[in-house]
Design a protein around this ligand. Structure first.
Ligand SMILES: [Fe+2]
Length: 186
């Protein structure tokens, strides 16, 4: 097969992670590779556009190391669907493949010392399209919603599979932080 494959992408990331210790350096180096893979049609399959009718999302695992590091997904959102504010507790790089996703980034105003409490303020909004990518550090908080009129698909690369990072979801209005126990099917 010609083009850039998921296997080559994973191999390139393994080399980057071995060379870099700072998460920002890791995501900065992965970003152009994520853009390259997201724009390459050679690996993409129609099934990656599937979204669960109830949840409005399709999580399609493309790669995960045996120890749960380096998880790569194609994630599809139905129009109008998305995910509330959350962190990842691992680095992340997201690159658009099809459609559009609107992202809101939040800063935390409290110091995190009060269990279950989080005071968030929206700081930046941007829409992710094919040909664009965003990077998240482990404690970055964002929400994502498909604000287009067709299914949106994007390439998500995480330092560790999200079932194994101990991440949180946030209710911005109620100012709460809750462990995100909704598991991704493996
Ligand atoms: Fe996210």
């Amino acid at each position: 097969m010609t083009g850039y494959s998921v296997e080559e992408y994973v191999s390139d990331i393994r080399a980057i992670v071995a060379e870099e210790s700072e998460t920002k350096a890791i995501t900065d180096r992965i970003k152009p590779l994520a853009l390259k893979l997201a724009s390459d049609p050679s690996w993409f399959e129609d099934k990656y556009r599937y979204t669960d009718p109830d949840q409005g999302v399709g999580l399609h695992l493309l790669h995960e190391e045996e120890n749960h590091d380096l998880a790569v997904f194609a994630i599809a959102w139905a129009p109008g669907r998305g995910v509330d504010a959350h962190n990842h507790k691992t680095w992340a790089v997201v690159s658009g493949i099809e459609g559009q996703e609107h992202e809101i980034n939040y800063n935390r105003r409290d110091d995190g010392s009060k269990p279950g409490f989080a005071d968030l303020v929206a700081t930046k909004e941007e829409t992710l399209y094919p040909g664009t990518a965003v990077c998240c550090l482990p404690d970055d908080i964002h929400s994502v919603r498909n604000n287009g009129d067709k299914v949106a698909v994007s390439l998500h690369t995480y330092g560790r599979h999200l079932n194994h990072t101990g991440r949180s979801t946030f209710d911005v209005d109620a100012k709460t932080e809750t462990p995100l126990i909704l598991k991704i099917e493996e």
